[in-house]
Design a binder for this molecule. Structure first.
Ligand code: PMP
Length: 398
């Protein structure tokens, strides 16, 4: 029956982890992942999460289904975190939010909804972008086009190129924007650049689709939501936000995300939400209970929320310190040209290393990175830093 089914090549990043696991060198380092590890090389279990989990276990409840759009307390807390506690959009009832299966689920449900609502719209994504953006929107039936974003030579934004490409899109095109901590490059927009993009998107009649998977990993939960806040204040009639707590709560496998659609008014938001619920219903019916309860439990308590902000701040500061450490070690070794790594934000950095240099890192030093040169700074440690810096220096000098 399936004789003609073709074998699909495995995910290159997951393949990298398999190769890393099979490597017997004791000081091997995996910088290919998209996960934050602590100094001991573990995925952190946040204290605030542990506390809610213990309370839930002590008062164990039957596991009924959640509503199709998830836990109400989770959705409300998510809206406040994304749009601001006193957001006029929320007060006007213009935002329809659904708990989703991770940020990936939010992207896919959002894509399916938009394909139905705007069947002829294309989507533009940054070049480069998280590869799944292309896959998810392509699978949902979208024609995916690129806009210029990253300049390999300056290791920063190609902002003029980005503005030119966005300005040439057909009105009604969906534009996928990374709110902060751009994956894979680490290159983000400044406040002034966001203001220009928001104005352009509005003038041109584009539909922004903001992906925020690293809120709190650059500056803080408020500052990292700048793009959402600016779109909120801009007066545009609609925009979409896909959000994820995978990183900010270190709850990767709990699959905690949300899709929020801003509509023109309360009544439009209700109609949109009814369509979103239909889309969810036809995919997986309703989200799972546990992860949502953990996040809602933390965000619903002033004390635990404050602890979360502190723990999140700890992860953020550690990433900043690792960036600074890598840059200063490389400079000490005689490679000051890597200073740009400190300007980049979030877990990832486009290191500028070529595929051949990445291969050498793996073969000669047991250091694994993505072929594009993307390294996960959040997978470094103070212990592995000297080795990684020395190896990067060695391959960069031929
Ligand atoms: N968007 C971006 C840019 C991401 O990097 C990720 C996670 N790698 C996601 C969305 C999806 O996150 P989740 O794991 O919650 O599905």
């Amino acid at each position: 029956l399936f004789a003609s089914v073709e074998l699909v090549p495995g995910d290159p990043i997951l393949g990298l982890t398999e190769a890393y696991n099979a490597d017997s060198r004791p000081d091997k380092v995996n910088l290919g992942v998209g996960i934050y590890y602590d100094e001991q090389g573990r995925i952190p279990l946040l204290d605030c999460v542990r506390e809610v989990e213990q309370k839930l276990a002590a008062d164990a409840k039957p596991r009924g289904y959640l509503p199709i759009d998830g836990l109400a307390a989770y959705n409300l807390a998510t809206q406040k975190l994304l749009f601001g506690t006193h957001s006029p959009l929320l007060e006007a009832g213009r935002v329809a939010t659904s708990q989703t299966v991770g940020g990936s689920g939010a992207l896919r449900i959002g894509a399916d909804f938009l394909k139905r609502a705007l069947p002829n719209a294309k989507i533009a994504i940054s070049n480069p972008s998280w590869e799944n953006h292309r896959v998810v929107f392509g699978t949902a039936g979208f024609e995916v086009i690129d806009y210029r974003y990253y300049d390999n030579d300056s290791h920063g934004l190609d902002f003029a190129g980005m503005l030119a490409d966005l300005g040439a899109l057909e009105p009604g095109t969906v534009v996928l924007l990374h709110a902060c901590c751009h994956n894979p490059t680490g290159a983000d927009l400044s406040l002034e650049q966001w203001q220009q993009v928001v104005a352009l998107v509005k003038d041109r009649g584009l539909l922004p689709f903001v992906d925020i998977a690293y809120q709190g990993f650059d500056v803080g939960t408020e500052a990292d939501a700048t793009a959402i806040r600016l779109f909120g204040e801009s007066g545009i009639p609609a925009f979409v936000v896909a959000s994820s707590y995978s990183k900010s709560f270190s709850l990767y496998g709990e699959r905690v995300g949300a899709l929020s659609i801003v509509a023109a008014d309360r009544e439009e938001a209700k109609r949109v939400q009814s369509q979103i619920k239909r889309t969810i219903r036809s995919n997986y019916s309703s989200p799972s209970t546990h992860g949502g309860a953990l996040v809602a439990g933390v965000l619903g308590s002033d004390e635990l929320r404050a602890r979360w902000e502190q723990e999140l701040g700890g992860m953020r500061e550690r990433i900043h310190a690792l960036r600074a450490g890598l840059v200063s070690k490389l400079a000490e070794l005689g490679a000051p040209e890597f200073g740009f790594i400190q300007q980049q934000a979030g877990m990832f950095s486009y290191s500028g290393l070529s595929k051949a240099q990445v291969d050498r890192l793996r073969d000669e030093f047991g250091i694994y990175a993505v072929g594009t040169g993307r390294i996960c700074v959040a997978a470094l440690s103070q212990q592995s830093l000297p080795k990684v810096a020395a190896a990067v220096y060695a391959v960069s000098r031929g």
